[in-house]
Design a protein around this ligand. Structure first.
Ligand code: GDP
Ligand code: ZN
Length: 458
């Protein structure tokens, strides 16, 4: 049983004008009561009530900050302990003073992740939920936030538990067979094990498939802006970011480095890469840029292929079109304010199934259509927007892969007519590996490792 009282700043330092100091443990109400000046003592406060007053230092009689204090009594709190949260609004200096005075009057500074660790140890949340809390803190976009929240509500845990249930059934079946090893039972059992393991593998595979999508959402969809020099790539990047990071110029080939920029379109996070014009060149500096943009192209989840409305299609552009025709592409025909000299037929033939957007960076036209095209692609494609169970954590991914391998070993064992108690070991391994995801078989050292990754105060 945890017995001491811990405190830390629960909000990110430097973000927002209000800071929250969280205090958790059996003495949390007493501790805060000692340094809180208000009409009535906190000791009589009901659970889930908010109190207005001032934090002061009883030793120096100094008033520190005007605050709101929330009281949440055990077990109806995040840690399932008595929790008091002090919302102060005096910026970093007074926030630190408030924390100091709390620490001087009976609380100890929380270790990183200690609040979440207590929530876990007290049975409030399981490991996948705990890890999702960490992801919540870090998630960059609304959509990634939604996924993290769903996971912290336990949807991954539920699926893992269902999987483990299938494996327990299988193990029970094998156990019966070991105890009553009659021949025909064995044959039945082999078919049963094979079925169940295959079923579990398919489910793991499905979860793993979401892993790539989860990663994509957290870091943003890597988007390469490609095209010949001078078609307007940097102008597009600038328009998208509404900043002037990339240098816009009339001299072809001046965007030499790949620049990264994060933006959000209708809640979809994009990591934009502005690449040098794709073309053969002898210029050494230019060549580096071109090489980089080719590798940017290969890693891109989405390609914005920019063409010039005012110029005929070049052979390089044709070649590039061939290269990317099976990838997620949006064709952007820029400079539509100038007369058309671009043959649209060839584009139609090669990239006809992809969306095409007519734009003019100069006249600021077409941006809405481009944003629509990006959302359409996102929602029509690989991601189902209503299924938010994504595996986003590299530890989960590794364990799912291990469990998958254990099940492959079990199936192989069945096919090779390996003694059934050997197969039992593989199934058991898979069951334990899955259990590590939710923390049901987690060792103490693993717990420490996970929780120290958390931000202070969470
Ligand atoms: P990049 O080399 O592909 O990155 O192209 P830039 O964005 O540097 O643009 C090259 C030149 O084309 C600059 O002089 C821009 O002002 C100009 N430009 C960009 N977009 C348009 C457009 O829609 N219409 C016209 N007329 N000029 C444009
Ligand atoms: Zn450029």
């Amino acid at each position: 049983m945890v017995s001491d009282t811990i405190a830390a700043v629960a909000t990110a330092v430097g973000e927002g004008s209000i800071a929250v100091i969280r205090v958790s443990g059996p003495d949390s109400i007493d501790v805060v009561d000692r340094v809180f000046k208000t009409k009535r003592s906190l000791k009589d406060a009901d659970t889930h009530t908010i109190h207005y007053g001032h934090i002061w230092d009883p030793d120096t009689n100094e008033s520190i900050d005007e605050v709101l204090v929330s009281v949440m009594r055990a077990p109806r709190s995040f840690t399932m302990e008595d929790v008091v949260e002090i919302s102060c609004h005096g910026g970093i200096v007074s926030m630190k003073k408030v924390l100091d005075v709390v620490l001087q009057h009976g609380a100890r500074l929380a270790e990183p992740g200690e609040f979440t660790k207590r929530a876990f140890l007290n049975g409030r949340i399981d490991l996948t939920q705990a890890e999702a809390v960490m992801d919540l803190i870090r998630s960059k976009s609304d959509r990634a936030f939604g996924i993290a929240r769903k996971q912290s509500e336990g949807s991954l845990s539920k699926q893992i538990q269902a999987l483990r249930h299938v494996l327990v059934e299988t193990m029970a079946h094998i156990e019966v067979n070991i105890d009553y090893p009659e021949h025909d039972v064995e044959e039945l059992t082999n078919a049963f094990i094979r079925d169940k393991c295959t079923e579990a593998q398919a489910e793991i595979e499905r979860l793993l498939k979401t892993a790539g999508q989860g990663k994509m959402l957290r870091e943003g969809i890597t988007t390469a802006i490609v095209g010949r020099p001078n078609v307007g790539k940097s102008s597009l990047l600038n328009a998208l970011t509404q900043e002037n990071r990339a240098i816009v110029t009339d001299i072809p080939g001046t965007t030499r480095d790949v620049i990264e920029e994060f933006i959000t379109i209708n809640g979809i996070p994009l990591k934009l890469l502005d690449t040098a014009g794709i073309r053969e060149t002898s210029d050494v500096v230019e060549k580096i840029g071109v090489e980089r943009s080719k590798s940017a192209l290969s890693e891109a989840d989405l390609i914005l292929f920019v063409l010039n409305h005012n110029e005929p299609l070049s052979s390089e552009e044709l070649e590039l079109m061939e290269q990317i025709r099976h990838r997620p592409v949006i064709v952007i025909v820029n400079k539509s304010d100038l007369p058309r000299r671009l043959g649209l037929e060839q584009i139609q033939n090669t990239l006809g199934e992809h969306q095409m957007v007519l734009m003019s960076m100069k006249e600021q036209k077409g941006m809405e259509q481009l944003e629509m095209a990006i959302s359409d692609l996102f929602f029509s494609g690989q991601l189902e927007s209503n299924d938010l169970t994504y595996v986003t954590n590299s530890r989960h991914i590794a364990l799912l892969k291990q469990a998958y391998q254990s099940l492959s070993d079990a199936i192989h064992g069945v096919d090779m007519m390996v003694p059934i108690d050997m197969i039992q070991i593989d199934v058991r391994n898979a069951w334990e590996q899955l259990g590590e995801i939710t923390g049901d078989t987690a060792a103490e050292s693993l717990l420490d490792q996970i929780f120290t990754q958390f931000c202070l105060g969470k």
